[in-house]
Ligand binder design. Structure first.
Ligand code: FAD
Length: 229
């Protein structure tokens, strides 16, 4: 059976104490009032947890991903809404940028992910592409020094408060995963609209929203990974 080593057990103990002290008391409040737990996001940043698995050269702690997972488990144990915020902040786009981004992109975005200034969402799912995400049809068309996005995403966690979205799209006619690439779209980019939060049965403090792209011109500097044409 898999067992954590003593160092990780001790990390879990500290994370559990922190989560109980910081997040338990208002856990029901965020859900009942459907309020995004901004103060908890700020606290996670202040405590250095948003940068837990980000490399040190970009302001993080460079901890292994298993520590991020343990932290998420302990937060989710007491407050699901804060865990949703932490999941996107710790495990999501910032990790993708740390692994796949170029040096300029890492310097540009990661310190803000650590401080909580940059709030990223993830745009993968579409109305016709859930589990079968390779069915996605949102298109990314290179056009000189821009990439033009057209399409629709759904279920984007915290998309209504996000400053940036890591969007996955299809580059051309290549079917399957090889045709899919990813790029960062900043809030306020012309042609990018954020839909209204949808109703939920739980985790109601952190909504999922639709994202709409209508000839949205994204600078090529924001390209993380191109799909095959
Ligand atoms: C709380 C929450 C947050 C989310 N946040 C994000 C986000 O930030 N960004 C984002 O892009 N997406 C997000 N999603 C979307 C999530 O990734 C999708 O819900 C997921 O991919 C499943 O897609 P679907 O809901 O369309 O279900 P479907 O794919 O329609 O699946 C419905 C059911 O059919 C089953 N099923 C599907 N295909 C098969 C098959 N081939 N064989 C047998 N059974 C099958 C599934 O197991 C499931 O039980 C979020 C979802 C939730 C619930």
């Amino acid at each position: 059976m898999f067992q954590l080593d003593p160092e990780l057990e001790s990390f879990r103990e500290d994370a559990r104490k922190m989560a109980e002290r910081a997040f338990a008391a208002k856990a029901a409040y965020w859900d009942e009032e459907e309020i995004y737990p901004t103060e908890n996001l700020k606290l996670l940043a202040e405590l250095g947890y948003l940068g837990l698995v980000i490399p040190e050269e970009y302001g993080g702690s460079g901890a292994p991903i298993i520590q991020g997972t343990i932290l998420l488990e302990e937060i989710a144990r007491v407050c699901f809404n804060t865990a949703l915020v932490a999941q996107v902040g710790i495990n999501g786009p910032s990790r993708a940028i740390a692994v796949l981004g170029n040096e300029e992109q890492k310097k540009r975005w990661l310190p803000g992910c650590v401080s909580g200034e940059n709030i990223f969402g993830i745009g993968i799912s579409e109305p016709g592409a859930g589990s079968a995400m390779t069915d996605m049809i949102t298109s990314a068309t290179p056009d000189g020094d821009h990439i033009i996005l057209n399409g629709q995403k759904c279920f984007c966690t915290g998309g209504h408060v996000a400053t940036h979205i890591l969007v996955f799209a299809r580059w051309g006619k290549t079917q399957g995963p090889r045709g899919i690439g990813a790029l960062v779209v900043e809030k306020g980019t012309p042609g990018f609209e954020i839909g209204h939060p949808g109703p939920k049965m739980g985790g109601r403090g952190v909504a999922e929203v639709e994202l709409f792209f209508d000839h949205c011109r994204v600078p090529v500097e924001n390209l993380i990974m191109a799909g095959d044409p």
